[in-house]
Design a protein around this ligand. Sequence first.
Ligand code: XIL
Length: 397
Amino acid sequence: MFKRRHILKLGLGSLFGIGTLALGRAKCLSKKIEALDNPNRKFTVIGTTSLKERAAAKGLFYGAAVRINSLSSDKQFIANFVEECAILVPEWDLKWTSLRPNASSFKFTYADSLAKFAQAHGMLLRGHTLVWEQSLPKWFWQDVNSGNVVQILQQHIQTVVGRYAGQIHSWDVVNEAIHINDGRTDGLRNTRWLQLMGPDYINIAFQMAAKADPQALLVYNEYGLDYDSRDDDAKRLAVLRLLEGLKSKGTPIHALGIQAHLKGDSTFFNPQKFRSFLREVAALGLKIIITELDVLDKNLPEDIKKRDRIVAAAYEEYLTAALQEPAVIGVLTWGLSDRYTWLAEDNSSGKLLPLPFSLRPLPLDADYNRKLAWNAIARAFDSAPRRQSEVGEFILK
Ligand code: XIL
């Protein structure tokens, strides 16, 4: 009896200890996050010209990812999208799950209507994405094997890339192929593609895409390249090795896409280190596009003013550094308005996450007002060095 009570006491005691420790750590963390906020910072912008005009004034392009439903039904959103964006990338509609209801057919309804929209509004169009571990339909996992995979990929790329050939500014040919924790010395992610085709699948996909559309800029797109952390160091290195290997093999690859899903509460951005990575990529003769920028504000203070300032500071610091590098030719955010952001989705169910407050990771709020994040992006474009070439030049390499 005594023993039991003693153990119970000990147990409660250590639980209490852990609780206090966790509380202490949370307090410390919240202090660190509060310290990210500078209430005096103003993010002043001269004039009201759009982001696309500010970017274009420097020979850059700005645009955003978009969902078919927002562009087909939300007039106010459309007006804002057209005003701010010079380039459009479908958030869903060029992925396998959208295009490939089954192994023998293609469904282009949504992608076609987005392509038409871009054309009607004089926007560039990006393609996302041809080879990715995610967004693969059920039939793919069941029916594709090492005997038929090359033919299925070939048919997919030829049909999809071929259909939009001449209309696409750049294609994300391969997405997220590096995962340093998968135990391979080359850092390649252990994807279905790798398992079925071996490491040359990346080169093969680029070759196929180049044949189907010799004009599009062909991009390798990746996340986790932004911060001064051990994981990001290793990932940058693995990406550089991959790019070097592809270049030395003569793979038709033209650019690195840096997704740039930033975290508002991170204190690990190191502009010097990031810029030296960009220089190394540029030294391989590659262009760079910031392809999916947003700033997650989930762990930031609930106070909207504070949250918006911290998010804006992250945008400005990151973009100011990135745009110093002449190889960076354009920027896209992963959405334009907080009304439509993937960050509010639950990864597993795809449904909206139950959060204590609405997320504010994008340039416009849910009612399409420009936020400080918009100012931050505008300021970064305004202070960027002017590129020698015009935006249009990048359509034809
Ligand atoms: C995301 C979409 O935004 C979500 O709506 C969807 O549920 C999953 O895919 N990196 C990528 C994008 O390359 O394709 C992802 O898009 C976000 C992360």
